[in-house]
Design a protein around this ligand. Sequence first.
Ligand SMILES: [Zn+2]
Length: 121
Amino acid sequence: MFVISCPYCGARDQSEFSYGGEAHIARPEWREDMSDAEWADFVFMRSNPKGVLAERWVHSAGCRRFFNMLRNTATDEILAVYKIGERAPEVQAKLPATPCGEAPIGSGNDAVKVMQPGEAE
Ligand SMILES: [Zn+2]
């Protein structure tokens, strides 16, 4: 359990919020020749990084407003919270070590050692 800082209400318990998926996903313009694969790419394919991800959240048990959050998916650290329509701020994230050399996407690694930028293993 962690605390999320709503940009409208301030710090509240995570249980008051609902996840809304990856942020900044633009719906493609409708075209007659749009293929099923192109539409499926918009609907289903997400970046799923191990590291910083821009997410959309809603304060469902509070002000009920959507906002964006930059979260380190490897450590669950909340790096920034910003309103819809604002640009994501520049942030630095520490990635945990990947002892088996897993890919940076979707490894599910639970290693606890936190690497500093530029630090060698
Ligand atoms: Zn709120």
